[in-house]
Structure formats: structure tokens, C-alpha cells
Design a protein around this ligand. Structure first.
Ligand code: ZN
Length: 453
């Protein structure tokens, strides 16, 4: 027996379809986990097993987060790491992260996912690259399943410690053979290649300054043999460029190409310092980018040339990045910062509110190599979010409620549907006891900081 769900009377329904239609008094009709019809409320079925009245709400495709390190939500605003650039910031945090436990991974994943979901995100990737004390990616996958978020779990890794010229301390790196073995196990256990998949695995060595060239190459060939995506950090700041020049005698883009790390199945986080040749390479190879404006500002990495990348035809998605360099995981706030930061760098017409929303929906879907999320149209996964426009932050902005979502105070959702399931109703998560999770999270955060003293 199939179950139907009708969302109707939306103030505005943003489809992100080919025509970028926005429908006044819009409705969506869902059967099980898939959207069956989208249009004006009057033209759709009038009843369903469940009906949600979206009067006074803007309805959007669920936002897509393409870069995160959820465990870092245990180390937000750590005093020693508040004011450094990337390499200095990492050096202060590695010793703390060395004491992570499986429970910490599980609880921090739920905290980070709850924050994302409440802020309009329905699909997220997470890049977990540190596995001390028996931590496994399985801990994140279980947490995601329980909270009900669509999840691309990236099996990160670090193999080049300080003794071999890398940045991380030796005690947090792994052997490359172990990394590849565990990655294959995860793909074989969890990866779902079907449309509407809730769980996918991504092969994701942490960065060129923490793994070897061999591991980059072997990761690419493993990913391609299983048909899964590849993800890493690239060209984040000027020190990152200098390391690449000194160690490999190449720009980061040249190094990526040399290792087989370009293609529609690859996306790189940041690319703040990607040069014009790199932008052209990424455009013609359909290589994606995760833009993380808050983190780039927080670590003073610079302003990624997103306008230029979009004009060149590069696929760009949005990422909140880890909670230790943001230190928020609010997806709609990130959309706002993406719009504002492009303007700081490249002028007031560098990015509109709707272009920023497009990066966070269609852009994210493309970067994650999916054709079933990012838009509200028949045949797409039922990932839908609703924002109440009667809240204080939107007062006086209802000339254009869609733009208001981006220009005004970043809002939380009233309702969120992921894969046809209502996971947030009346602004509250239906799948977990959030109060309990936050309390446990804070206890673990203090324990983690204490262990490093
Ligand atoms: Zn990152």
C-alpha cells in the first residue's frame, strides 16, 4: 500500500525546475518517497493520506550541504584555535581530536545533522578523516539513519604524519593499506547506487598535505571501480598553494589532474586559490567544487571566485565546512554568506539571492553527482522544506518572500520532509530527542577538551 502526502496553499513554491518556476499558491503531491505532481493548489488532488497546509510558508527543495566535518561540532570556538589561519588552526586542534571516541562521533553527527536539518538542509555529505580509539564511519552512518537525513558519508583519511613531512601528528594517521581496505568494506556494506538512495559512500583522502600521491591515485582507481564519488580539500589558502609548489612542483589543479582527481565524479572543497587554468580544467572535466564562505572568512583564506567559476561552467555546491571553522552549521546562513561574500569580492551583481539558492540546491545535487534531488518536480525524491514568512525577521520583506529567505535573518524551517517522511513538524525534530542529544554533546565536548590537557 502506498502512502500519499499533499502540501498545499504555499505562499510561494520554488521549483528549481528547468524554467525556474515559482508558483503562487503552490502544491506538491507525494507518493511514498517520490514527488508525483507539482503545480497550483487548485490543479492538484485535494486530499491525501496526510495533508500539510503551507499557507504563509515558502516551500523550497531541501538544501544540500556538500562539505562538513560533523565531529568538529565538539570543538567549536576552542580558545586556542580561534584566531589562526588553516595550518596553525589545524595544529592546535589535532591533539584534541586525537581523543575522539565512537560515541563522540555518533552524538556529534546527530547534533550537526539536527542543526543542518533545522536550517533547511535535507542532504549532507560528511568528511570524516580521523579515526582514533576505534572510531568508524559506521558510527556516522548509524547516526544519520536514526535522525533520517539523506547522507553521503565520505571515508576520509590521513597517512602522512609529521615524521614524513605532513602536517598531522603521527598518532592520528593510518596505514594506507588499512585505509583502502576499510574504504572498500564501507562501499560494499553501505553504498546504495539507486535513485533516491539515502546512503552513499565517498572515497575521500583528507588533503594533498596529509596523504601520499600513491593514496590519491589508488583512491581514484578504487572509486572508479565501484562507481562512487571522490572528495578532498584543494587550494584552500596561499600556504596550501606553497606546499603544493614545494612538494609536487605543481599547482593544486595540476596535482589533482596528475592523480586522476578530475571528472564529474569528483568534487573539491574550497578552491579559494584555484587559478584560471584550474577553473578551465574543472569546467571542461565537469569537476565540482564545495564553496564554504564562512570557513573561508573565519580562517582568512580568501574569497573563492565563484562568479567566475559559474560563468566558466564549473559545478558549484555549498558547504558549511566543519563546525570548528565556521562555527555554525546553519545552511540558510551559509547561503546568505555566499551571496554577501561574492559581492564583497566582485561587486553587487556578483550573486543574487536566487543564484545563491540555486547553488545550494541544483548546484549541490550536481556536485554530489545526483539527478534525483535539488528540485521539486515529478520523479524527484520528496525532500522539501517550508519556512514560515510570518516571523519577525521577515517583517517588511514580503514584497519578495523568496529573496527574503536569503537577505534577512537566516530562518529555521517550520517543516521538513526527507524521502517522503516528515522529520520536522512545527519546528521540532520528530526523529530524535534533541534536548537529550545536546546535553550529551556538551558533556562529551568538555570531556574531549579535558582529555587533551
Ligand atoms: Zn573541510
Amino acid at each position: 500500500m502506498s502512502k500519499t502526502l499533499l502540501i498545499k496553499n504555499a505562499n510561494v513554491l520554488v521549483t528549481m525546475n528547468e524554467q525556474r518556476e515559482e508558483i503562487s499558491n503552490g502544491a506538491v503531491f507525494i507518493r511514498d518517497n517520490v514527488i508525483e505532481q507539482v503545480g497550483p493548489s487548485a490543479t492538484l488532488p485535494q486530499t491525501a493520506d496526510e495533508v500539510i497546509d503551507a499557507s504563509h510558508h515558502v516551500v523550497l527543495p531541501g538544501l544540500i550541504n556538500t562539505h562538513h566535518h560533523m565531529y568538529q561540532s565538539l570543538t567549536r570556538a576552542v580558545p586556542a584555535a580561534q584566531n589562526g589561519e588553516l595550518f596553525n588552526w589545524l595544529t592546535n586542534l589535532y591533539p584534541i581530536w586525537a581523543n575522539l571516541t565512537p560515541e563522540m562521533i555518533q552524538v556529534s553527527t546527530q547534533t550537526a545533522m539536527a542543526e543542518l536539518m533545522l536550517s533547511g538542509c535535507t542532504t549532507s555529505s560528511d568528511h570524516l578523516y580521523i579515526y582514533p580509539n576505534g572510531c568508524r564511519l559506521d558510527d556516522s552512518l548509524e547516526a544519520a539513519q536514526e535522525i533520517g537525513m539523506r547522507f553521503h558519508a565520505a571515508r576520509g583519511s590521513m597517512s602522512v604524519g609529521q615524521s614524513k613531512g605532513g602536517l598531522p601528528p603521527d598518532r592520528v594517521v593510518e596505514q594506507e593499506a588499512d585505509i583502502l581496505r576499510d574504504t572498500q568494506r564501507l562501499i560494499e556494506t553501505y553504498h546504495d547506487a539507486e535513485r533516491h538512495a539515502m546512503q552513499r559512500i565517498v572515497v575521500a583522502p583528507c588533503s594533498p598535505f596529509s596523504v601520499s600521491r600513491d593514496l590519491m591515485r589508488e583512491s581514484a582507481s578504487m572509486a572508479r571501480s565501484f562507481g562512487v564519488s571522490l572528495h578532498t580539500h584543494l587550494a584552500e589558502n596561499v600556504n596550501d598553494i606553497a606546499y603544493s609548489r614545494e612538494k609536487f612542483n605543481m599547482t593544486p589543479a595540476e596535482y589533482a589532474e596528475d592523480c586522476g582527481w578530475v571528472g564529474h565524479d569528483v568534487w573539491h572543497a574550497h578552491c579559494v586559490q584555484l587559478d584560471d587554468a584550474g577553473i578551465n580544467l574543472f569546467a571542461h572535466t565537469h569537476t565540482g567544487i564545495a564553496h564554504c564562505p564562512c570557513s573561508n572568512m573565519r580562517l582568512a583564506s580568501g574569497i573563492a571566485p565563484i562568479r567566475k567559476m559559474l560563468d566558466a561552467g564549473v559545478s558549484v555546491g555549498l558547504g558549511v565546512d566543519g563546525c570548528a571553522s565556521n562555527d555554525s552549521g546553519h545552511m540558510m546562513a551559509e547561503v546568505r554568506q555566499a551571496m554577501l561574500l561574492q559581492r564583497v569580492g566582485f561587486g553587487p551583481d556578483a550573486m543574487t539571492a536566487r543564484q545563491a539558492l540555486e547553488v545550494a540546491t541544483l548546484g549541490g545535487a550536481k556536485v554530489l553527482n545526483r539527478d534525483d534531488i535539488g528540485a521539486l518536480k515529478p520523479g524527484m525524491s520528496a525532500d522539501i522544506v517550508m519556512f514560515d514568512v510570518r516571523q519577525i525577521g521577515f517583517a517588511g520583506a514580503l514584497h519578495d518572500p523568496v529573496a527574503a529567505l536569503v537577505f534577512c535573518t537566516p530562518p529555521n524551517v517550520a517543516c521538513s520532509i526527507i524521502n517522503g517522511r516528515v522529520v520536522i513538524r512545527d519546528g521540532r525534530l520528530t526523529t530524535i530527542d534533541l534536548g537529550q542529544v545536546i546535553e550529551r554533546h556538551n558533556t562529551l565536548a568538555f570531556a574531549l577538551a579535558e582529555a587533551a590537557r
